[in-house]
Design a protein around this ligand. Sequence first.
Ligand code: ATP
Ligand code: MG
Length: 318
Amino acid sequence: MKEVITLGEVIVEVMAKKTNQLFIESGEFLGPYPSGAPAIFINQVAKMKVPASIIGCVGQDDFGKVCLNRLIENGVNTSLIDVDNELPTGTAFVRYQSNGSRNFIFNIRHSAAAAFYLTDVAKERLSTCAVLHVMGSSIFSHAVINMVREAIEIVRNNGGRISFDPNVREELLSDSTLFEFFKEVLANTDIFLPSGEELYALTNKQTLEDAVESALELGVSEIVLKQGADGCAFYSHNDYFFMPSFSVEEIDATGAGDTFGATYIACRELGYSPKKSLGLANASGATAVSHWGPMEGASSEEELNKFIDTFIESLEEI
Ligand code: ATP
Ligand code: MG
């Protein structure tokens, strides 16, 4: 089976233990947890037993080991992750507020997490991969824009497919360079995984119908619209369906979208139908939010099926 490849930040996350805890005073923190949207994504692809690689970089420090160890343990091919011997591994400190919102202090741009390049080996691997997954949150510099552009060209010229999760905070969409580049990525996308406003913003449309039509006209073949605790919806040229989420207690929402997207892409690579793929993706989003830590809820296909069976049994008991 051919590889799924992504690129971007591989970092550790350190989380405030208490809700409403402040960064400005001393408090208890949990971590380091392996993290970074593309790392969370690729870890879950590997969990699904689909060949998975990430182009990234960590520092030659213990935080780097935390990331590499976890990715290797779950079967990610880490040969495209560079280890920088000067820069420290990237970090994110996160605190949660009682209204569910999150605040971050990142050290990514000036860390090893941003020091990744398209080496000849990476280009070679891109030329034979099945899917390149592009994460909007990883596009944090002009250098990354150029890399993603080149990577997309290599993959498309060799018959591979592009999946795209804009995964971006609304304020970033007001950056016109980034916005224009996202539209360029979308025009090259086969599987589009937006959430909420991203679909409307990137298609410049006001209604769901127009936005979906516009993305399909651009050449997207599958749109999976993530809707958090409400579930998700699927759109293609000849199919449409909605799937409600599994109702679970949300313990930590970080990484749900990345895990969900990974399961969907992996399932499609395994040859599953969009409906079956979305069912498993929904389950993996639910297991992700039920665990504390960005990739602690990563689950194998067997574990996801077990989760679904247990969930259905619990409904039958009611
Ligand atoms: P993020 O970028 O913050 O990781 P996202 O916006 O990309 O998130 P979401 O829509 O929040 O993605 O979550 C992805 C999927 O995970 C949802 O479509 C749903 O299937 C599942 N999910 C998310 N939150 C919950 C929840 N509270 N309960 C059950 N399932 C959830
Ligand atoms: Mg997201």
